[in-house]
Design a protein around this ligand. Structure first.
Ligand code: FAD
Length: 381
């Protein structure tokens, strides 16, 4: 069967691209290997889908070419997506820092995309495995053979394999001679070495506001202690800028004017005015003199405060793709048109969404990239 366009992957980018092209009169088929479309959308944003960020700009994305996303983001803005959400009567709110969430559930965003697809006469086939792709394009699948003029790869990254993630997109890119940049987990909890874990593991569950910096980036958000290391928005954000051997530096007293006062009896008692008590006890057990505060020298006071403001943590690794919200790296942008997401060397072959080497910060930026890159391709095919 022949279509104008076949899109592989019925996730955020694939569905959006499908109805954008369908509305333009294109005959579009979407192939999805999962039994249902949009599994990642459903679990996103803790079930409320942080579907965009009103501040999204190129500076919020990591890529070999940080300017690559500029054109697509300008062509379809967060406001454009908000207008679509409003058209469908989906109630939403800003949580913080421009992050837009559904008031209800993520399922509303998925239903909206599927309704748009159905109105644009897009055919979505689930439970269909693509076995072979030949230039032209000809697809051999578990559901039969198909042909198309435009082939759009929207199969996402490697994170959360249990939701259907696969390396299919990277394999197709390589098959057609496109380069794939180094892949690694992003927005992922970081793990602590054995000794630090013995100190902080027992207080897993506590969280506190911090500022963390590494590799020229910094984020002021919450740190969450887990039973394997540190997580929370601050750590997830910096994880995308973390490489083996780095020791991100934490300010545990961000924006606070703190000096030791008379009256506090012990370091944990003093710090528990600013941190959860259990965290203060754990941190002080390793980093503060084990004697009453009134016996500390001026130098000891200075050094402990200095460390609380500039605390380097040498993480041992990440919790990997199983816990990563995104995959850093992907199809190299040098091989793609930033206007249409089409390969510069294989006519009619497009890559959109997370499979491309464009990765957003935490906070709705990744969906905005999915919509914007899908919009760019959907208007071109
Ligand atoms: C737990 C979690 C929460 C998240 N929350 C947010 C959030 O709130 N806000 C935000 O901006 N981002 C969030 N993200 C990131 C966001 O979900 C992704 O960046 C986004 O879904 C990428 O869209 P995509 O269409 O490129 O890929 P996906 O949405 O992953 O879609 C890819 C689709 O392709 C299918 N597929 C894969 N391989 C094949 C194959 N061989 N054949 C056929 N189909 C295939 C998959 O099953 C999937 O349906 C979250 C991610 C996770 C894991």
């Amino acid at each position: 069967m022949k279509y104008d366009a076949i899109i592989v992957g019925a996730g955020a980018a694939g569905l959006f691209c499908a109805f954008t092209a369908g509305r333009r009169g294109r005959r579009v088929l979407v192939l999805e290997h999962n039994g249902r479309p949009g599994e990642k959308i459903k679990v996103s944003g803790g079930g409320r889908c942080n579907f965009t960020n009103t501040h999204a700009g190129p500076e919020n994305y990591l890529s070999e070419n940080p300017g690559f996303c500029r054109s697509a983001l300008a062509g379809f803005s967060p406001q454009d997506f908000l207008s679509l959400v409003e058209k469908h009567g989906i109630a939403c709110h800003e949580k913080k820092l421009g992050q837009q969430f559904c008031d209800g559930s993520s399922g509303e965003i998925l239903s909206m995309l599927l309704r748009e697809c159905s109105e644009a006469r897009v055919e979505v086939r689930c439970g269909c495995r693509v076995q072979e792709v030949r230039q032209g394009f000809f697809l051999k699948t578990s559901g039969g053979d198909f042909a198309c003029d435009s082939l759009v790869i929207a199969t996402g990254g490697l994170s959360f394999a249990k939701l259907g993630a696969s390396c299919f997109g990277h394999l197709i890119a390589r098959q057609f001679g496109l380069r794939v940049t180094e892949l690694r987990p992003g927005l992922v909890p970081l793990t602590l070495p054995e000794r630090d874990l013995r100190t902080f593991g027992p207080v897993s569950g506590v969280s506190l506001p911090v500022r963390v910096r590494n590799a020229g980036q910094s984020f002021e958000e919450a740190l969450l202690v887990t039973h394997r290391g540190f997580s929370g928005p601050a750590v997830l954000q910096i994880s995308s800028y973390w490489n083996n051997g780095d020791a991100p530096v934490f300010d545990l007293l961000p924006g606070k004017d703190v000096s030791f006062r008379r009256g506090a009896t012990s370091a944990p008692a003093f710090f528990s005015e600013f941190w959860p008590r259990r965290f203060a006890e754990a941190w002080c057990s390793r980093h503060a003199p084990q004697k009453p505060l009134n016996q500390w020298s001026d130098r000891e006071r200075r050094e402990v405060l200095e460390l609380a403001r500039n605390w380097p943590v040498a993480f041992s690794g990440t919790e990997g793709y199983a816990k990563a919200e995104v995959t850093l790296g992907g199809v190299a942008t040098a091989g793609l048109s930033s206007k249409t997401m089409e390969s510069r060397t294989v006519r009619g072959l497009h890559f959109i969404g997370e499979v491309v080497d464009v990765t957003g910060w935490l906070g709705g930026y990744n969906f905005q990239w999915a919509w914007a890159s899908a919009h760019a391709a959907g208007r071109a095919i």
